[in-house]
Design a protein around this ligand. Structure first.
Ligand SMILES: *Cc1c(COP(=O)(O)O)cnc(C)c1O
Length: 377
């Protein structure tokens, strides 16, 4: 937790649960990526945290944006992003949303299928399009596999068809999986797109751009075994190894790494109980759960560090759960969380590194609990 977030929480005492995002951290994360990857253009993956203040902060810093819907395109434009700086990166779009973005000046779109290509040719004539390649996401704590991308053979055919349809097939993309804990996938992925790129060159189609997606990890309960610097180095090594001196433009789409460690959720302990008088584990129920923004605790995938005002003394095992009347609303049962033995109902707890993939996942009002309020400071 930063000093600024600590001061905000102690002075303002906002109602819980709430997310507090320190924009200085977002800025320093952005500058760090710029420094590590000076050859890459940075498109912020808006879905990670679409707070207008974050988008405005990144727009001011010169960032580009990866939007997934007409709504996200609007958010970027409202935050001051030029339409030339917005990529409509979702491979699953309604044709009228493609037309909507195109009317507003967006000229870069992702696709991975014939049917999507048809929509783009209709609704975004002449626009730049890039084809997403299927990746297995080994090593990722939050995989983005299976649902997106197509095989390289299919991508080659799609790119040639895009040219026939009057589009500008400018590049290829992939995503190695979110919260990627290994730097190995960069080489595998870059080798695949480099091969495909050569194959397309032979067909007279020279690509200008490779979109390497996101995947850079944020620090959670365990520090990611691969640092951002290691990821950046592995990415550059793979690019020079497989493309040689003739590097295409590089695009990256970081989300988690820019917003994750910039945010802290403050929550309150609603109930501490046991299922029997001999139960060794306490159940600790917070005022936030899976439906309040902690969706990435699904399958206990993302393990947030959690701190309390009583840390430092004796601790015991707990099962952590949310406040709603849905038994799926259990945060951690297998992940062996320990909390102070003197933890009390009414205590505040802080869920750290919670700036990405939280607030926008919160339900609008399941069980009467409102969406997660965000304060950007
Ligand atoms: C979600 C997403 C990202 C962001 O991934 P992170 O792992 O958060 O960096 C980037 N690109 C696309 C296409 C995405 O869907």
């Amino acid at each position: 937790m930063t000093v600024r977030i600590f001061d905000f929480l102690t002075q303002q005492r906002p109602a819980t649960p709430c997310l507090v995002v320190d924009l200085d951290v977002v800025e320093s994360n952005y500058r760090e990526l710029e420094r590590l990857l000076p050859l890459a253009r940075i498109y912020y993956a808006v879905k990670a945290n679409p707070a207008p203040e974050i988008l405005a902060c990144l727009a001011r810093l010169g960032a580009y944006f990866d939007a997934a819907s007409a709504g996200e395109v609007d958010l970027c434009l409202a935050a001051g992003a030029m339409p030339e700086r917005i990529s409509f990166g979702n491979t699953i779009k309604k044709q009228r949303d493609i037309a909507y973005a195109y009317e507003r000046g967006v000229r870069l779109f992702a696709f991975d299928s014939d049917a999507e290509l048809d929509k783009l040719a209709e609704a975004a004539p002449g626009a730049g399009v890039f084809c997403r390649i299927l990746m297995d996401c080994d090593g990722a704590d939050w995989p983005l596999s299976r649902k997106f991308g197509c095989t390289p053979t299919m991508a080659a055919a799609l790119m040639l068809r895009a040219r026939e349809r009057g589009l500008d097939p400018c590049g290829l993309s992939f995503h190695i999986g979110s919260q990627q804990t290994s730097s190995k996938p960069w080489d595998v992925a870059v080798r695949a797109v480099a091969r495909l790129s050569k194959r397309l060159s032979a067909d007279g189609l020279d690509l200008r751009m490779i979109n390497l997606g996101g995947g850079f990890p944020a620090p959670y309960r365990q520090a990611a075994p691969t640092s951002i610097a290691d990821h950046a180095a592995a990415m550059m090594t793979a690019m020079t190894r497989h493309f040689g001196n003739d590097l295409p433009e590089m695009v990256i789409e970081p989300g988690r790494v820019l917003a994750g460690n910039a945010g802290v959720i403050q929550a309150e302990v609603v109930l501490i109980s046991r299922k029997s008088y001999t139960d060794r584990k306490r159940w600790v129920y917070l005022d936030i759960g899976k439906f309040g923004g902690l969706a990435e605790t699904m399958d206990e995938s993302i393990k947030y560090p959690i701190q309390t005002g009583r840390d430092g003394g004796d601790v015991g095992p707990v099962i952590l759960a949310g406040p709603t009347c849905d038994s799926a609303d259990i945060l951690y049962e297998k992940a062996h969380y320990l909390m102070p033995l003197d933890l009390q109902v009414g205590d505040k707890v802080e869920i750290l590194s919670a700036g990405a993939y939280t607030s926008s996942y919160a339900s609008v009002g399941f069980n009467g609990f409102g969406p997660l309020k965000t304060y950007c400071i």
